[in-house]
Design a protein around this ligand. Sequence first.
Ligand SMILES: Cc1cc2nc3c(=O)[nH]c(=O)nc-3n(C[C@H](O)[C@H](O)[C@H](O)COP(=O)(O)O)c2cc1C
Ligand code: SF4
Length: 409
Amino acid sequence: MAGRGATDGVALRGRGAGVIAITNHEHLFAPLQLAGTTLRNRIVQAPMSVCYADPDGGVSDRMVEHYARRARGGVGMVIVENLAVSIAGRQLPRHALIDGADRLDGLARLAGAIKAEGAVAVVQVVHAGRYAGPWEEYAARRRLAPSAIPFPLPLGEVTPDEATGDELREVVASFARSAELAARAGFDGIEIHAAQGFLLSSFLSARMNARTDGYGGSFEHRVRLLLEVIAAMRRAAPDLLLGVHLMSDELMEGGWSIGDAVEVVPLVEQAGADFIVPVATTFESLRAPANAGLTARPNFQRDDSRAVKRAASVPVFANGHVWDPQTIEQMLAAGECDAVALARPLLSDPDWPRKVRAGREDAIRTCSCDPPLCLQTQMTGTICSAWPSELQAKGFIGLADAPDDGSAP
Ligand SMILES: Cc1cc2nc3c(=O)[nH]c(=O)nc-3n(C[C@H](O)[C@H](O)[C@H](O)COP(=O)(O)O)c2cc1C
Ligand code: SF4
């Protein structure tokens, strides 16, 4: 470890609060200045749809507890799982919505609970596009996409609906409305989901986008919808932190590539983005034989993250099975990224940050199950196989499960 008086994992006894420690992770626990906001460290809860919302899309008590508990574990920023900007863009039965003023009370409770635990509160927003559904409350049942190109879903091949110009204007307006609502609810920031094959990323891809109007064809046309959304959200909420979860590589022949992502970075910044989280793959490319086992590989997006960081002037968060504190420390020290966004490690152990800080890495409840139980339980509310059995039975880890010294569970 390089200097600045830190010692290797030395723990000092604190006044009634368990352990205060000086660790060798000086970059990991250094504050991060992000636009006008300061994160207490470089650890970010990556958005992870645990699907604890009420069936009508409202924020539930369980959802508030879950996210407050991640903040109490010591992360610098919590990015709440993707919330749908409209009923037409909703993906899962317990997918929360951020689509109108009647959502404000729940959203304000969520933002307030995260901030009360010392973390910066950000909410991710999405239009699921061709992955949209359930349809009960959405009579039009339009699966919006740039073009009506068939694609595989678990239920079989589906042909989505080519979005009309009016529908695209409505999409831009619904993202802008979500930004205004997030600001009114007291969130510090909002993150646009432009990855994994959802609506905004599908427009980026020449594989998915065969339009001949101003939103398809050339690179400039394919990135237009994303840039319009960013700019509209920036106008709607000028003081909010604005992040972009950016598809870095579709990993499919003829699709969006890391070269494209690098080219769009300055445009995304000009439109108003304050930070970028590059993520590779779509749901479709994850199923391709060539990508089998990809997300189980340590640090599988490192090259993309480095490339985006080189092109960016705003902070970049690395993600993708980058869980080893020493590796993260080295990445931060080398300037490969400005923070790290962890998803599964913080589901399995919300105290990951405080345990690392206290030099108690051996006490971390590690994420290790295949196939992932968290993905299999999304329809009913995610549980994790690494939790103690009583918490699996309860269905979540909340504040009541957090002793003051953060030692367990
Ligand atoms: C159950 C589950 C739900 C997820 N939900 C989201 C989500 O709502 N938004 C998003 O951008 N990524 C989502 N992801 C992807 C994660 O944010 C992350 O990119 C991925 O899990 C790799 O990071 P990790 O290795 O730290 O888990 C989800 C992943 C899992 C396993
Ligand atoms: S242990 Fe399994 S269920 Fe828990 S976060 Fe990891 S992959 Fe998901």
